[in-house]
Every structure is written in C-alpha cells, then in structure tokens.
Design a protein around this ligand. Structure first.
Ligand code: GLY
Length: 401
C-alpha cells in the first residue's frame, strides 16, 4: 500500500448516513450528561490521561471547549429535562468565564476566541445571556491588546515587550471570529479592522508553495516584517502539522465567510487539497501529515484534525458552487463515518471523552514542545466532533464562531 490514499481512492469510501449521525449525537449527549456531576463547575484538562479527563479549574486555553460541548448538548438534546440540566450547567460555566476575564486569570495570550466563543458567544446566541455577552466582549477587548499595528497581526504568546515573541500562528484564525462578533454586537468597527488585518497577514505568509502550511510565522522584532516560518507542535519546521493544516482549512472557510475575499476560496482549496492528499487508510490523519500508512507502530493519529477539517468542509460548502459544495460535503461524510466507527467513545468505562486517539503535542528532536496528550482524548477534538455532527444533522446550524 502507498503511504497515502489518492483522492480517487478516498472518493470510493462510504459516507455516514442520517441514522448513524443521530446515534452518534445521542451517544455524545449521553456522555456529556454522564460527565456533568464531575464537571458542572469544573473543567476537564486539555487532554485525558489514559483516556480519562480529570476535573480542574478554568485556567487553560482549552476550558471553553467543554462548555461548548454543554451548549451543543443543550441545543441537540431531545428531552426537555436534559435541556434544563445542560442550560443550568452552561449558565454556571458562563459565570466562571465572566469571573476569569474580570480578574484576568491566564488571559495574556491570543486564545481568547477558543475560550470565549464556544462558551459565551454560544450562550448569548442560544439564550440571550447578558452575562455571556459581557464576558465575550471583555474577552474581545483583551484579544485586541495582542495586536501589533506595525506588522498588522495578533501576537500569539508571550509578553508583548519581549523581542523573541513577535509571532503569529495558524491556529489564531479560529480566535478571530470573536472580533467580528464584537463588532456586530457593539457597532465598533475597530475589532473588525484588526480581524481583517490579522487574517490578511496570516494568508500572505502561512501557505507554502506546495499548499502545506507553516505552524508559526516569526517577525523581525524591530520592523515587524516577515522573518521566517517555524513549527512548535509539528514534527519539524518544514513538515505539515496535521492540526495546523486543519486550523487552516476551517480558518480560511470562516475568513471567507467574514470577508468575502475571493482569494480565500483559493487558499481553502489549496490547504484542503494538501490535507486530503495525506490521509492514511482509515481517513484519520497522523499527527503530522508527513506520516502515513506503515507508520502506525511509532506514530499516533490526531483524530481532532479530522473533526476540525470536516467542520471547515461543511462551512465552506455553504459558499461554493453547487458541484464543489457537494464534493466537500461528501468528503466530510466519509471522514465522519470513520470517526464514529473507529474513534468515537461508546462505553463510559473506556473513557469520559468523546473521541479517542487525539494528539496535543508530540516531542521530536526538531520541535520545541514537550510531550503532552499523545494518543489521548483532547478536549477540542471532543467539541469539534460534536460540532461536526451538529453541522451534518442541521446544515442551517447557527454557528458559534
Ligand atoms: N491551538 C493549539 C493546538 O491546536 O494545539
């Protein structure tokens, strides 16, 4: 077998059907309900340990995903009593997010969108919660403090006064929708201007000639001009970190929705094509797209990447010509079938997560991260898996992003 499937081979795979979608969603909702006693006002860590999350405080960049699962369970639950339980839990968690941004607890980074979109923008859209609106607007203001006007980008990590931290990362495309929402709600166009500048700077540098993506772009600390591309979580600088590529897929889809810039359609096609040309036999990517069939013994999958890609394909299919839209929808349904059959948790004694075999960060001789959450559930994988099912079941779903 070749290292990766061809597009023609992928096209032969079966698709998830409506009954399977319903059953998979029912399973997810049951899992959220099962977890509520332990996680009503506590938050799962970024990744499980031996497939089980432990409860902690609202401190990491990832806490919003669990609340996002609660809101997805709320809006997809069939029983009124379940909806009541989920709403009660979601509201309590919104209180925690409001407190977190008020006291500025671990919010000196760009992940305000990941934190506040699935937790609070969602709550505002679904329930009209004023607390959620206040929290998300404060988070948008905090995100604005990360903007570097000279380079026209939002700095990812680290204090703003340190020269080694002039960096944007591809993941940030998912933090940007918070700024568009803030403009919609407040009427203040400064959020949107920063959002568009950041997207444009990202698009200018992040896609490589072969349609793979850089994880991070470094800027000259004096001039804020482009310096070089690098990785933190991919195998090496020049390889394609699987999740980064899928933040690119979903990120360009949302960027197109918000800007209508034609060239972002092309970026979407390019980054999607690269991803699809690097899938192994079960359609779920290895954690870095440089790995493929035959690497199973040493290299873990990142199932969260498949779920994120599906969300991007389904979002972009709203804006593409009919035939192309049908193509990406079909691809999403194929990846989704593999996820429910090979990766979804169906037994609470196996895991308290939703999706097995994610990878947060894997150390290599060539990257700068520490091993964490390797071949584990990752909380954003669980969230995007539920979002993917929601999108498949309800194409007119009012997205949180
Ligand atoms: N945004 C960090 C990650 O995807 O791991």
């Amino acid at each position: 077998m070749e290292k990766w499937l061809t597009i023609q081979q992928i096209e032969q795979y079966p698709e998830i059907n409506e009954q399977q979608q319903k059953e998979a969603m029912a399973q997810c909702i049951a899992q959220v309900k099962h977890n509520l006693p332990a996680f009503e006002t506590h938050f799962p860590a970024a990744n499980s340990e031996n497939n089980f999350y432990t409860p902690g405080i609202n401190t990491d960049w990832t806490s919003g995903f669990w609340t996002g699962e609660v809101w997805l369970a709320y809006e997809n639950a069939l029983e009124e009593e379940d909806r009541r339980l989920f709403k009660e839990a979601g509201d309590k968690q919104v209180d925690s997010f409001l407190e977190r941004i008020r006291i500025k607890h671990y919010v000196d980074h760009h992940d305000l969108g990941f934190l506040y979109t699935p937790s609070c923008v969602s709550a505002y859209k679904l329930t009209g919660s004023e607390k959620a609106k206040e929290a998300a607007l404060m988070a948008a203001d905090q995100l604005m403090t990360r903007y570097r006007p000279k380079g026209k980008y939002i700095q990812a990590w680290g204090p703003m006064d340190t020269p080694e931290n002039h960096r944007l990362i591809i993941d940030c495309l998912l933090n940007i929708p918070l700024l568009y929402w803030a403009t919609d709600i407040s009427g203040d166009i400064r959020y949107k201007e920063v959002a568009e500048n950041h997207i444009h700077t990202t698009m200018k540098y992040i896609v490589r000639d072969d349609d793979s993506t850089w994880h991070t772009i470094m800027f000259n600390p004096e001039t804020d001009e482009f310096s070089h591309g690098a990785t933190c979580q991919g195998y090496k600088d020049s390889s394609a970190w699987a999740r980064g590529q899928t933040w690119g897929i979903y990120g360009t889809a949302i960027a197109y929705k918000n800007t209508g810039r034609e060239e972002y359609l092309d970026y979407f096609r390019r980054v999607s094509g690269y991803f699809l040309r690097h899938l192994p036999e079960d359609l779920c990517p290895f954690w870095d797209l440089g790995f493929g069939n035959g690497d199973e013994a040493e290299q873990p999958r990142d199932s969260s990447s498949a779920a994120i890609a599906c969300c991007g394909f389904l979002e972009m299919s709203k804006y593409l010509p009919e035939k192309e839209a049908a193509y990406y929808q079909s691809i999403a349904r194929k990846l989704a079938l593999s996820l429910i059959q090979n990766y979804q948790v169906t037994d609470v004694s196996v895991s308290n997560g939703q999706l097995l075999h994610g990878t947060y960060a894997k150390k290599t001789p060539y990257n700068t991260c520490a091993n964490s959450g390797v071949d584990e559930c990752v909380i954003w994988g669980d969230y995007f898996f539920m979002e993917m099912l929601t999108r498949l079941m309800r194409p007119d779903w009012n997205m949180y992003w």
